[in-house]
Design a protein around this ligand. Structure first.
Ligand SMILES: [Fe+2]
Ligand SMILES: [Fe+2]
Length: 166
């Protein structure tokens, strides 16, 4: 298994895309199925955002100051996603706004993930050595077990706030 930070984050992105597609396919389906998929989406996003906020973003910012603007924009995009995730966590699939809010979350995160994968991850790959990317990846693997799993977990809320006030 690779410990390369970018490989690990892209694996998470792939899983998110799979869940997004599953939700889109189930959009007209039973509430229980939509609820289950959104619960999985919220968990995947909460863990992933936490690892990026705690490890990847600060490391890239420290090592590659030229990418600071990309990192700052990414923190803001995480913040928007965090707000939508917290609102969705407080709703249930029977709510008339449930599908609409999930769709906006999916659109926002899809845009954000494309920017990471196409705009600044390649610059990080070019600038950092394989060993540095593996060290960052190993830190994310170590932290994963302690990551919050729901948007309303205290750690998730604290990180969401720290990301915009740091
Ligand atoms: Fe991100
Ligand atoms: Fe990401």
């Amino acid at each position: 298994m690779s410990t390369d930070a970018i490989v690990l984050l892209k694996e998470d992105h792939k899983e998110m895309r799979r869940l997004f597609k599953a939700f889109q396919d189930a959009e007209e389906g039973p509430a229980s199925q939509r609820q289950k998929l959104v619960d999985q989406i919220l968990e995947a996003l909460t863990v992933h955002t936490y690892l990026e906020n705690e490890v990847m973003y600060p490391e890239v910012r420290r090592l590659l100051p030229d990418l600071e603007d990309d990192i700052l924009e990414s923190y803001e995009e995480h913040h928007v996603a965090d707000v939508l995730c917290a609102e969705l966590a407080a709703m249930d699939a029977g709510d008339e706004r449930f599908n609409a809010k999930t769709t906006v979350l999916i659109e926002n995160v899809t845009h954000h993930v494309e920017e990471e994968e196409q705009e600044w991850f390649p610059k990080v790959r070019d600038a950092l050595g394989r060993k540095q990317l593996q060290e960052i990846g190993e830190k994310m693997i170590a932290l994963r077990a302690d990551a919050p799993r729901t948007p309303t977990a205290p750690k998730a809320i604290k990180k969401a706030l720290d990301a915009v006030t740091a």
